[in-house]
Ligand binder design. Structure first.
Ligand SMILES: Nc1ncnc2c1ncn2[C@@H]1O[C@H](COP(=O)(O)OP(=O)(O)OP(=O)(O)O)[C@@H](O)[C@H]1O
Ligand SMILES: [Mg+2]
Length: 242
């Protein structure tokens, strides 16, 4: 049985897709099989970020609508993980129940299924949350983002998610010390979520992921993803804040 994890945030552009890719890569490096499901209908990005190896003929909407088999829609990526692309537009067949059945199709084949949710708490978020059993809420360390992360966490509780954890993304110690950004405790207190990791602001994320290249293993973001993947596997890993 796989762990089914939704990555969400409420607010857009905070790093959900980058974190999905970073964690998929880190979990893969730990020997896990990972399926990534892009739930950003109409605005998908993970085919680019993950360096998808083929012209994705099919997406998960085609599986739900019986236009292809569950195998035919799987796309190999440069990261080793496998991707299910998002449909280009919404169809009424995309229900929460259909997403749950879709997840069940792959449960025996993958250790982790990661659902990258779109911005907001609308349809894509609901479909992703309905298919997951755990959640990671991403927040950058600022008031605006923290408020929407808290709203996302509240919404998740309606989906019977067993566990929601927090990733603070784009953290910058210097800016926090100067009082320009919130510190780690502030974000935890405001979101009321248990922290699973802090990912630094790292230009490697921007420069590599925009063109489908995995992060250099020694980069600070890759190291953060490695530590988070260890915690996801139940290991005790010290919190490192760079
Ligand atoms: N830790 C980081 N360090 C530096 N840049 C980052 C980091 N995380 C994300 N970014 C950059 O922030 C931008 C938005 O990231 P991303 O697309 O992953 O966000 P998103 O939450 O998935 O957005 P959307 O809500 O539109 O789906 C990208 O340019 C990405 O490279
Ligand atoms: Mg995204």
């Amino acid at each position: 049985m796989s762990e089914r994890i939704v990555i969400t945030s409420g607010k857009g552009g905070v790093g959900k897709s980058s974190i999905t890719a970073g964690l998929a890569c880190a979990l893969q490096r730990r020997g896990h099989s990972v399926l990534v499901v892009d739930c950003d209908i109409g605005l998908s990005s993970l085919d680019i970020i993950l360096g998808a190896k083929s012209d994705m003929l099919f997406n998960w909407g085609d599986i739900i609508c019986s236009r292809c088999s569950s195998d035919a829609a799987l796309t190999e990526t440069g990261y080793g993980s496998v991707l299910l692309c998002a449909p280009k537009r919404f169809e009424p067949e995309y229900t929460e129940q259909a997403m749950q059945s879709l997840a069940q199709e792959y449960e025996e084949r993958f250790d982790y299924i990661i659902f990258d949710s779109p911005a907001g708490l609308g349809t894509g978020f609901k479909l992703a949350a309905a298919a997951a059993n755990k959640a990671i809420v991403v927040s950058t360390p600022d008031e605006v983002c923290v408020r929407s992360a808290a709203a996302a966490a509240d919404s998740l509780s309606e989906f019977g998610i067993a566990e929601s954890r927090l990733i603070i993304n784009r953290f910058e110690r210097k800016a926090t010390t100067k009082g320009k950004l919130l510190n780690v405790d502030d974000v935890i207190d405001s979101t009321r979520l248990r922290l699973i990791g802090v990912v630094p602001n790292d230009r490697n994320v921007m420069f590599n992921m925009c063109c489908g290249k995995p992060l250099p293993e020694k980069s600070s973001a890759a190291q953060a993803f490695k530590r988070i993947a260890g915690r996801m596997d139940g290991e005790r890993v010290y919190l490192v804040i760079t």
